[in-house]
Design a protein. Structure first.
Length: 304
């Protein structure tokens, strides 16, 4: 009985926290950029402005009518709680100003969304850079040509959660919370990199082809991209680390990329006597790393 009551209390608190976060109005300070290997990550979750509006008015609405919000955010935090179908389903517009410092110079720059409901259009400095339809998948756009370095940039995002016959599910027993309900960030990479716009994924795919107690065989595939005007000789390293961070299997291959080339790449890797995952009883995990390097310099790296 006590466990049941405790469980209900936890669920209630979780729901309260969920909606509290999604309807937050207090402005939080900007989040600092950080570097993972050679990539610069700039979170863009705080200091947004929001208004319910039609897309045609997205760039011309008086600032006095905008509401300060932080992400994640939904405009249905209150009217979507009662279980009915009368909550607002329409368009909301988000706007934010950001500046790119010297860390972004000579980089490829992407704007990444972890999720939005349902139809989204994104504008940088007044120009549309991309659109996305879907409720539960991440999406990402290359904005290198649209942003200005060391100057103010304006991102405008229009989101619409009306019923769309081309987007599943068409109906459900839950609320279709409209808005930028997950996090947003800028990602900057070197001009030689893995595919950064492959459905907002890591761009590197490891797949098991045969797994036994004695041997694990893995296929690794990706696309290597050289966005410079010169050919590039690179080394692609694929390796596995065990739970103690020891390298237990590794393959290195040299690849020549011509100028402005996008090149599919695949390789294989094997591991003798793998430690198999066994659910809660033995949830053992390896870490997969895929690295592009030029000489001793790492130019891109994906850890999974």
């Amino acid at each position: 009985m006590y466990k049941f009551i405790a469980g209900i209390a936890i669920i209630t608190l979780s729901i309260f926290a969920y909606f509290f976060i999604f309807d937050a109005e207090d402005q939080l300070p900007p989040e600092p950029a950080f570097i993972i290997h050679s990539r610069v990550i700039q979170p863009l979750n705080n200091q947004w402005q929001f208004i319910k509006s039609s897309p045609a008015l997205a760039h011309s609405i008086d600032q006095d009518n905008w509401k300060s919000v932080n992400l994640p955010h939904t405009w249905n935090a209150k009217d979507g709680q009662d279980g009915g179908g009368d909550y607002y389903r329409g368009t909301g517009t988000y706007r934010r100003v950001f500046t790119l410092d010297e860390k972004f110079i000579n980089k490829k720059i992407y704007l990444h969304f972890d999720g939005a409901t349902t139809s989204t259009k994104v504008y940088i400095n007044g120009k549309e850079v991309g659109s996305h339809k879907g409720n539960y998948a991440a999406f990402r756009f290359d904005i290198t040509e649209q942003v200005k370095l060391e100057q103010q940039n304006i991102v405008v995002v229009t989101v619409n959660n009306e019923v769309d016959d081309n987007v599943a599910p068409l109906s459900a027993d839950f609320t279709f919370f409209g808005g930028l309900y997950r996090k947003v960030r800028l990602i900057a990479s070197e001009n030689i990199h893995f595919d950064n716009v492959n459905y907002a994924s890591s761009g590197v795919f490891w797949a098991q082809t045969n797994i036994t107690d004695q041997l694990a065989q893995l296929d690794i595939s990706t696309t290597l991209i050289n966005e410079t005007a010169e050919p590039a000789k690179i080394t692609v390293t694929s390796l596995l680390r065990d739970a103690n961070n020891n390298v237990v299997s590794e393959v290195n291959e040299e690849v020549l990329l011509t100028a402005n080339q996008s090149k599919p790449y695949s390789t294989k890797l094997s591991l003798v006597n793998p430690h198999l995952w066994h659910g809660l009883q033995d949830p053992y995990l390896y870490q997969a790393q895929t690295i592009i390097s030029q000489g001793k310099k790492v130019v891109d790296q994906i850890n999974q």
